[in-house]
Write a protein that binds this ligand. Structure first.
Ligand code: SAH
Length: 248
């Protein structure tokens, strides 16, 4: 079981697989006023940076589930490096339908809301693991500016303009689900650059190390096109944020 190989190649050197910088990830943890010992569930936990650094800095106990074998392995190594292997557990597996045995104070899904079939389904799934007065974290894109055409939306790797909302509408949509938005941390262009531009050097180095791999042609083509695509579309049109929600 694994995710499409292209992500395991392009994001192999990432610790954070979303446009938040390490500083913003720490800001988010501080903003939530986490109490020492709070249990945190993370669906699509990637390389585990959120749980590992929050375990180190705020004393949380974490469980993360991720379908990438590579990222799950990196998460375990990161936990050892940060000396928090006794506080966090990383499970390599499919997070679809995953409900924690023991209720958690924070249930998160950052940049992987397809796990619940979209934002609404992911909130419903996370709510099943949450204790009362717990916090749900959703990391999701929104339009910074509405794309003028469907082509621009596709340039941002959306299927269509209707895939995402503008920030005010996204915030209002949580209210319509009967949740209060109690905090948010938004990515900026610098964070997007760290997330996207870091893939380019990774691709370049991967190509040098794997010149005759079946995938080399695809990676070479992607490396040639990505900087311009990113600058023209994602960087200009797409926002990204983590929204903290509490049921009304
Ligand atoms: N939340 C992490 C990773 C975001 S990238 C971070 O912000 O750093 C999306 C992640 O979802 C990837 O790590 C990918 O491996 C994982 N993923 C995709 N489908 C999944 C599934 N069905 N179950 C669990 N993880 C999944």
């Amino acid at each position: 079981m694994d995710i499409p190989r292209i992500f395991n190649i392009t994001e192999s050197a990432h610790r954070i697989h979303n446009p938040l910088t390490p500083e913003k990830l720490a800001t988010l943890g501080a903003a939530l006023r986490l109490e020492w010992g709070t249990r945190v569930l993370d669906l699509g936990s990637g390389s585990g940076e959120m749980l590992c650094t929050w375990a180190r800095d705020y004393g949380i106990m974490g469980v993360g589930i991720d379908m990438s074998q590579l990222f799950s392995q990196q998460a375990k190594l990161r936990a050892e490096d940060l000396g928090v292997a006794d506080r966090v557990e990383f499970i390599h597996g499919d997070a679809v339908g995953y409900v924690a045995d023991e209720k958690v104070g924070v249930a998160a899904c950052l940049g992987a809301t397809w796990i619940g079939g979209g934002v609404v389904g992911t909130i419903e799934l996370l709510a099943k693991s949450l204790r009362s007065e717990g916090i749900i974290l959703i990391g999701e894109p929104y339009w910074l500016r509405l794309p003028p055409t469907q082509e621009v939306a596709k340039g941002c790797f959306a299927n269509s303009i209707s895939d995402f909302l503008m920030l005010p509408e996204l915030l209002a949509s949580f209210g319509e689900l009967d949740y209060d938005v109690v905090e948010m941390v938004l990515a900026d262009q610098e964070g997007w650059d760290r997330y996207e531009a870091a893939k380019w050097l990774t691709m370049r180095r991967w190509l040098a190390a794997n010149p005759s791999d079946d995938f080399a042609k695809e990676v070479r083509a992607k490396l040639a096109l990505e900087p311009k695509r990113y600058a023209a579309y994602t960087r200009e049109y797409l926002g990204w944020g983590v929204f903290a929600l509490m049921a009304r």
